[in-house]
Write a protein of this length. Sequence first.
Length: 135
Amino acid sequence: ELCEAMIQVDGQEPQSVGFAGVSKQPHSQNATLECLYVNRDMRGQRIGNSIVEAMLHKAFTAWGCRRFGTQAYDITDSHGIYTRLMKLEGRLRGVGFYNGKAMDLLQYGILREEYFARKPGEAVTLLPVDPPSEK
């Protein structure tokens, strides 16, 4: 599912701040965050945290998932978001390269009981995005 993240500030019109894509595995009751994007002009305002919070909430309340996870390279800004909201479960060392430098791939996850045991933060509103039409 691809969702557009919307935020409304002080009664103004809702505005798009980014999007997130999540895949659900119905047989295992797991969900995986496949992509996260925050509009350039909205970065540095913890919007990414809010988008991931909204996806966690949707996965555990609406979809009844038992686990939510994602992966990120250690050189990206997004791994800080995941560190705050999930547990670091593993590290694949040196699996990627960027500008001649080796990168580690980090695996993050949170279980249903861990999600409900913590105090969730604020979340943005997520709206489903229609998949692109084939040309």
